[in-house]
Write a protein that binds this ligand. Structure first.
Ligand code: TXA
Ligand code: MG
Length: 361
C-alpha cells in the first residue's frame, strides 16, 4: 500500500438493472476481485468494500477512512451458505437468527475462521458477519465471489453515508470506485449481536430491533446492559470496537434533548432562542408533524419524516445531519424518539453524534 498521499481516480458506476449482468455491478465485482476498494449500497448505509481474504486490500480500507486498526470490520456475504468460509464455528442460535433476519440489517459476531486475516478483526478471535438486504449488494457479492469486508464508507468519526454523493464527499480520490444505486432504505447501520457469549449481547443497536431479536432469542442482553458489562470484559476487542462516544458526528455542535413531545420541543425552542440571542446561527432536526414547533424562531429546519414511522426518520437522519452541517451553522438542536423499536438505534446515533452527551428536559 502506498503512503497517505496515494491518489485514486474514483470511478462512478451507475447501477442500471442492478443484477449480476449489470455492467456497473460487473465492473465493481472485478475491482473487488483485483484487491481494489469499492463503495457499494446496502439497505442500511453505503459500505467501503475490499476482498476480506486479502490482507493488503483490507489495510487499504483503514488508510482510505483514516480509521484506527483497533476497530474491526464487518464481513459481507451473498448468502448464509458461505458462513463456513469466514466463521470457525456456527452456534445453533446463529443459524436460527440468520434464517430469520438474513438478508437484512443484523451483524452476528462469530468465532473467526483462519481464512479471514487478523486485520479484518482488529487482531481478535471473532469476526462480524452479515448478508445485506439489498439486491445490488447481493449481486455485487455474487459477482465478486469473495467475502467482502466493509465498514461504513465515511471518513473516520464522520456521519455515515446514505447516498453515493455522501461517499464521494468523504472519499473521492481515496477509493477506486463507488457503485451508485440511490439512497439507502433504512439509513442507520446494522444491529451488531455477539453470539459468542451466553446470553447473546447487542453491541450496537441498529436496523433489527431488540424486540424482534427477542422473539427468536428471548435472553438477548440490550445495549445499555452491554455497555456496563463491557468494562468488565477481558477481551480488549470486545471492549473497544467502534464504541467511541464521539462517532457518526457532524462538525457543527449538536445539542440533543433526550425526550420527545411538547417538553422536548419547548426545550429546543428555548435553546435556539438563547443561541440566537448570542448571535449564533441555529439548525433543528424535527419530524414533519413538528415542523411548526419553532415557528417564529429564525432557525433552519431539516425535516426527518413522520414521527409515526421511525424507519422514515432513520432513513433521513444522516442525510439531514449532513445537510445542516454544510450550512456552517453554530449549533444544531434535536430530540430523541423514545427507546422502542427503531427509537433505540436513533437514540444511540443521536447520542454519539452529540459526543455522548444528551440533555434532560
Ligand atoms: O450496516 C452496517 O453494519 C454497515 C454496512 C456497510 O454493512 N457497516 C458498518 O460498519 O456500519 P462499521 O465498520 O462502520 O461498524 C461496524 C461495527 C463497529 O462498531 C465495530 O466495532 C463492530 O461493528 N464490530 C465489527 N466486528 C466486530 C467484532 N469482531 N467484535 C465486536 N464488534 C465488531
Ligand atoms: Mg461506521
Amino acid at each position: 500500500m502506498g503512503g497517505s498521499s496515494k491518489r485514486h481516480q474514483t470511478e462512478r458506476l451507475h447501477v442500471q438493472q442492478g443484477d449480476m449482468a449489470d455492467p456497473a455491478v460487473r465492473r465493481a465485482g472485478e475491482l473487488l476481485r483485483e484487491g481494489h476498494l469499492v463503495a457499494f449500497p446496502t439497505e442500511t448505509v453505503y459500505g467501503l468494500g475490499a476482498d476480506a481474504t486479502h490482507a493488503e486490500a483490507v489495510a487499504g480500507i483503514f488508510q482510505a477512512k483514516g480509521r484506527p486498526h483497533s476497530d474491526p470490520l464487518i464481513v459481507h456475504l451473498a448468502s448464509a451458505e458461505a458462513l463456513p468460509a469466514v466463521a470457525a464455528s456456527i452456534p445453533p442460535l446463529a443459524v436460527r437468527l440468520a434464517k430469520q433476519f438474513w438478508p437484512g440489517p443484523l451483524t452476528l459476531i462469530l468465532p473467526r475462521a483462519e481464512q479471514i486475516p487478523p486485520v479484518v478483526a482488529a487482531g481478535g478471535t471473532t469476526v462480524g458477519v452479515r448478508v445485506p438486504g439489498h439486491a445490488v449488494a447481493l449481486a455485487l457479492l455474487r459477482v465478486a465471489g469473495v467475502p467482502v469486508a466493509a465498514p461504513s464508507a465515511n471518513r473516520f468519526m464522520h456521519t455515515s453515508p446514505t447516498t453515493a454523493a455522501h461517499v464521494l464527499a468523504d472519499l473521492d480520490g481515496r477509493i477506486d470506485a463507488v457503485l451508485d444505486a440511490g439512497p439507502c432504505a433504512i439509513g442507520v447501520e446494522s444491529t451488531v449481536l455477539d453470539v459468542t457469549v451466553s446470553p447473546p449481547r447487542v453491541l450496537r443497536p441498529g436496523g433489527v430491533t431488540l424486540e424482534a431479536l427477542r422473539l427468536v432469542a428471548p435472553d438477548v442482553v440490550g445495549p445499555e446492559q452491554s455497555e456496563a458489562s463491557k468494562l468488565a470484559s477481558a477481551d480488549p476487542v470486545a471492549r473497544a470496537p467502534g464504541q467511541m462516544e464521539r462517532h457518526y458526528a457532524p462538525r457543527t455542535r449538536l445539542i440533543v434533548f433526550d425526550a420527545h413531545g411538547a417538553g422536548a420541543l419547548a426545550a429546543m425552542r428555548a435553546e435556539a432562542e438563547a443561541a440566537l440571542a448570542r448571535g449564533e446561527r441555529v439548525g433543528a432536526l424535527l419530524a414533519d408533524e413538528e415542523a411548526e414547533a419553532l415557528a417564529g424562531v429564525p432557525v433552519t429546519v431539516a425535516r426527518l419524516g413522520s414521527n409515526t414511522n421511525l424507519v422514515e426518520i432513520s432513513r433521513r437522519l444522516y442525510a439531514a445531519l449532513r445537510e445542516l452541517d454544510e450550512l456552517g451553522l453554530d449549533v444544531i438542536v434535536a430530540h430523541t424518539f423514545g427507546m422502542e423499536g427503531m427509537g433505540l438505534a436513533l437514540w444511540d446515533r443521536l447520542r454519539r453524534a452529540a459526543s455522548g452527551e444528551m440533555r434532560g428536559v
